[in-house]
Design a protein around this ligand. Structure first.
Ligand SMILES: Nc1ncnc2c1ncn2[C@@H]1O[C@H](COP(=O)(O)OP(=O)(O)OP(=O)(O)O)[C@@H](O)[C@H]1O
Length: 962
């Protein structure tokens, strides 16, 4: 506020001073040029009036001519009636300019400070005109005063240079004054102080000359010629002027100091802001040089209008105003910066808020998406479960497809099969117009890079099922060399990573059974068989067995070996693999020449309830189909290939008829389909791994494999059922079995205990299982009772029909087996009886067998224990045996589920060995009871040597085992 007032005060003072000077100038001009023209120039004109009055240059020229006659020879006069045309407006600008130019030239020659012609125009600086007029006046007065010495004018139009000039002039004046009288000095002093209003100049002089020296000189000069009595008055006057000046300056300095200190003291004005001011000065409204120049100019103008002390005042005021301007400017800049900072902060805050809002929104959105994704996952999971349940209910055969990688050393061309995702693959197929693609979808598709572990991981649930009492079948299908053995067993050099499904399945089995050991006690045993050239052979023939057989000890046809750990399994498998028939073909240097089947029997006893669950798993590695032209097979290889292809074609037929839900399914057309019968048509859970060779050369086989697999996947087996039996039911069944056995013996007039002496038991170390069934350890019945796969025990005998055996036809003795599966899934002990070749039983063609089976099923369904012999014969009597390949010798067939009376007919000696319908499958059957008219001797007892010899002598088709 004080600052503003000071500013106003200064401004009004300046305006006042300027007006005084202007009046002075105007008055002098009016006096010089007379009233006629003076009417254009009022006595006390405003700035505008002053400028307009002198604009024509007439007054100025006339005034100059008065001082220096003839200085301007030709003055362009205004029209006579200047009232009509005031200020010479009627004259051309050029005419006016002539006057003004002449005036300015002349005055400049005289050393009088001039102005610019433009100062006479609107917006011009009238202070300079005033200054010029006052200089003329001074000159005039000097001249009037006698023109002694050199005329000097204290006013200036250019502050810096003129100030110096002025100082010099005044100094000269003072020096010169020393020689003058005190009165002239006094006059000079007075004129300095009063006439020229040069109080400021005195101070300025003193300052610029060096205060003490100049004062001293000045005072001396002033007083030299003064009368003694005047000196105190003069000095007094002079000192009071000096005092005034000092006081004035002091006051100004204090003001300036106050203004500066305000910035310093202002707590809101800190260094940081100064730095900011400096830093951002480029972008700010910096005090422009123009603006400063304006200040400068305006100051100059003011200076010009000042003289003497006023000049000093003006200069310091100029400094102050400059500084003030800068300070104000910086203040403004700082405020501007603060505002900018504030608004930037606000903007940032807004942005921050906006971002936070957006992040929150995104977070919510993300959460929604995550929830949706997890729900989607759950739904997918649910769908998969439901799909699996539907699959389970329908009993679809699951089909997993695996694409083999290109093998090392093979030209890695473009693969014909491309896994699109984990359930579909595409095949490049030749189309009429170039190449086409065909899409196949399966339960699972494994690409070439899938590891053994990955491939097995989706099989694990099935392993659990085995321990829950289900029958499971996993088999590998595909053309030769496509990787079946690799999947089921692994490569030649096994490592923990490369172990195939067989090893992993058994290892899992042990792992889960270990986990359940507190509630269920499991017994696991393993069998390994192969079908080679339509013969079923046991692969677990150890040296010990072989030796025993050579020593005349009977050897069972299918060796079931209990296993307790994974290492047991590995040892067994190694034996089996060594014995398996392999041969080198042009497609695969270790081609499996047989279908192999590892059967795992699991019996679990619930430690609390005592109930028994029996599960069975078949792990089948099929021999690969092959094109004779591609494999160039000859001799043995050709014969093997024919057998392989024939059995695979039989498998295709079975699948086709199952897929079409035909009533008749030709299982019996090959050993292979017999082997797989219950897995393909029973209540088992079945999984087929199909294998694809990626080579373009194999495209034909690949497509037919995939089409076959598509058909397989449509086969519905019906819901799988667990084989579970409570102790009560088991006890009752045992009673029934015993009664049946007793009845049978009675019918034959035999004594009790005839079954107990079968030496076959010595090969079956599954005593606990028999115990669990409540049977005696020593009884072969008990040994065989618990294992559905005992059909294998039976089938090899019937299947292995070598020339050697044929030559001893008729030597067979009956074999008694007890089966325990009920049609409803429960188990009931049954006696299975196989006749020897002396039996004169009827020979039934294959069609008859299915009828027999149907009859038997019917009786089972009705829960009847019937002697079917008559009905059976009636039923099948119309069947022709012309197209029957494998004729059977059925004596008295007794298919009673609950131990109905049986009568066995002996087959005639000439008739071929038979296999009753219940034994058609190598895989667990529904409860059967085979008639027997045989005595207590097992065929193994009597012909064990021969049978053993068959197994023992069998040599792998290749030079080396696989
Ligand atoms: N996924 C795979 N990764 C690496 N090598 C594989 C893979 N599958 C198969 N092989 C290799 O390919 C060759 C043929 O495989 P394999 O013997 O398993 O075929 P196959 O279908 O059993 O043939 P065959 O029907 O003639 O017995 C072997 O050398 C095997 O190691």
């Amino acid at each position: 506020m004080a600052e503003e007032m000071l500013q106003m005060d200064l401004a009004s003072r300046k305006a006042e001073e300027a007006a005084l000077r202007r009046n002075d100038a105007a008055g002098w001009l009016r006096k010089m040029v007379g009233t006629v023209t003076g009417k254009d120039l009022p006595d006390q004109p405003s700035e505008e009036e002053f400028r307009l009055g002198l604009r024509s240059g007439i007054i100025l020229c006339n005034a100059l001519n008065k001082i220096k006659p003839g200085a301007i020879t030709k003055v362009v006069e205004a029209p006579t009636d200047s009232v009509i045309v005031p200020d010479g407006a009627a004259l051309s600008a050029f005419q006016y300019f002539e006057n003004v130019r002449n005036f300015l030239d002349s005055t400049e020659e005289m050393g009088i400070p001039v102005f610019e012609a433009s100062d006479l125009e609107q917006g011009g600086k009238s202070s300079r005109i005033v200054n010029c007029v006052l200089a003329l006046k001074s000159y005039y007065e000097w001249k009037e005063g006698g023109g002694k010495g050199v005329w000097k004018f204290s006013g200036t139009s250019r502050p810096q240079s003129t100030a110096k000039q002025f100082v010099r002039k005044n100094s000269d004046l003072f020096v010169n004054s020393l020689s003058r009288s005190p009165s002239s000095l006094d006059k000079s002093f007075e004129s300095s102080l009063i006439d020229q209003n040069s109080c400021g100049d005195l101070g300025q002089d003193l300052c610029e000359m060096g205060m003490s020296d100049s004062l001293h000189m000045y005072v001396r000069e002033l007083l030299t010629d003064k009368k003694q009595e005047d000196i105190p008055l003069i000095v007094g006057s002079m000192l009071s002027k000096v005092m005034e000046e000092f006081e004035l300056r002091l006051a100004r300095q204090n003001e300036q100091a106050g203004t500066s200190s305000r910035y310093v003291d202002d707590p809101s004005f800190n260094e940081h802001q100064v730095v900011e001011v400096k830093t951002d000065s480029r972008n700010m409204d910096v005090p422009s040089s123009n603006k400063l120049a304006d200040i400068e100019t305006s100051n100059v103008m003011e200076d010009e209008s000042c003289s003497g002390n006023d000049f000093h005042n003006s200069k310091s005021t100029r400094h102050a105003s400059k500084r003030q301007y800068l300070v104000e400017h910086h203040q403004r800049s700082i405020q501007e910066l603060r505002r900018t900072l504030h608004s930037t902060k606000e903007d940032l805050h807004m942005l921050h808020m906006k971002y936070q809002e957006e992040i929150q929104y995104l977070g919510k959105h993300f959460n929604v998406l995550a929830n949706a994704a997890s729900r989607y996952q759950k739904v997918l999971e649910e769908n998969r479960k439901l799909y699996n349940q539907v699959q389970d209910l329908k009993g679809n055969i699951r089909v997993y497809c695996r694409i083999r990688p290109f093998l090392p050393g093979q030209p890695a061309g473009l693969s014909t099969a491309d896994a699109l995702d984990d359930q579909s693959l595409s095949i490049i197929t030749p189309a009429k117009s170039g190449k086409g693609k065909k899409l196949f979808t399966f339960n699972k598709v494994f690409g070439p890079s899938a590891s053994q572990e990955e491939v097995f991981s989706d099989t694990q649930p099935l392993i659990r099922s085995v321990l829950d009492g289900y029958n499971v079948c996993i088999f590998a299908y595909g053309q030769t060399g496509s990787g079946k053995t690799y999947t089921m067993t692994g490569p030649k050099e096994l490592t923990p990573e490369s172990l195939g499904v067989n090893y992993r399945a058994l290892s899992d089995l042990f792992y889960i059974s270990e986990q359940r050991k507190d509630s269920i006690s499991y017994d696991v045993s393993v069998q390994m068989m192969e079908i080679y050239n339509e013969q079923v052979r046991d692969l677990l023939i150890t040296d010990e067995i072989r030796n025993n057989s050579q020593n005349g000890i009977n050897v069972p046809n299918a060796n079931i070996v209990p296993v307790a750990s994974t290492s047991d399994v590995i040892n067994l498998m190694n034996i089996g693999l060594k014995n398996r028939a392999v041969g080198s073909t042009s497609m695969n240097d270790r081609s499996s020449r047989s279908h192999s089947c590892v059967t795992v029997h699991v019996q679990g006893r619930n430690l609390t309830s005592g109930s028994i669950i029996c599960g069975c798993m078949h792990l089948v590695d099929l021999a690969g189909s092959e094109r004779a032209d591609k494999t160039d097979a000859v001799g043995d290889r050709m014969k093997e290939a024919q057998h392989i292809n024939r059995s695979l074609s039989a498998l295709g037929d079975v699948i086709a008829s199952l897929a079409q839900k035909q009533s008749h399914v030709p299982y019996r057309n090959s050993k292979l389909t017999q082997l797989l019968q219950d897995s393909l048509g029973g209540q088992a859970k079945t999984l087929m791994f199909i294998h694809i060779n990626p080579e373009p050369d194999s495209l034909g086989e690949t497509i037919s494999t995939l089409k076959f697999a598509e058909r397989v996947s449509t086969v519905e087996l019906g819901a799988a059922r667990a084989n579970k039996e409570t102790p009560d039911v088991r006890e009752l069944k045992e009673q029934i079995a015993n009664l049946k056995a007793a009845l049978l013996r009675k019918e034959r007039g035999e004594s009790d205990g005839s079954f107990a002496s079968s030496p076959a038991s010595s090969w079956l170390s599954i005593g606990d299982v028999g115990k669990a069934e409540g049977l005696t350890d020593s009884s072969p019945v008990s040994r065989m009772h618990s294992f559905d796969a005992q059909d294998f025990m039976d089938s090899p005998i019937s299947m292995v029909s070598t020339e050697e055996e044929k030559s001893v036809a008729g030597d067979w003795v009956d074999k008694v087996m007890v089966k325990n599966l009920g049609e409803d899934g429960s188990q009931s002990p049954e006696i299975s009886y196989q006749q020897n070749r002396h039996d004169n039983s009827k020979v039934y063609p294959e069609q008859s067998l299915s009828k027999i089976a149907a009859l038997r099923r019917k009786s089972l369904e009705n829960g009847l224990a019937i002697d079917e012999s008559e009905d059976f014969e009636n039923e099948v009597s119309d069947c022709s045996d012309q197209d029957y390949q494998c004729q059977m010798n059925v004596g008295k067939i007794n298919c009673t589920p609950n131990g109905g009376a049986t009568k066995a007919k002996k087959p005639t000696q000439n008739q071929k060995q038979i296999r009753i319908p219940e034994m058609r499958s190598l895989i667990p059957q529904p409860p059967t009871r085979r008639g027997s008219n045989g005595g207590p001797h097992s065929p193994l007892q009597k012909h064990g040597k021969k049978t053993a010899a068959v197994d023992g002598k069998r040599k792998p088709a290749s030079t080396g085992g696989k």
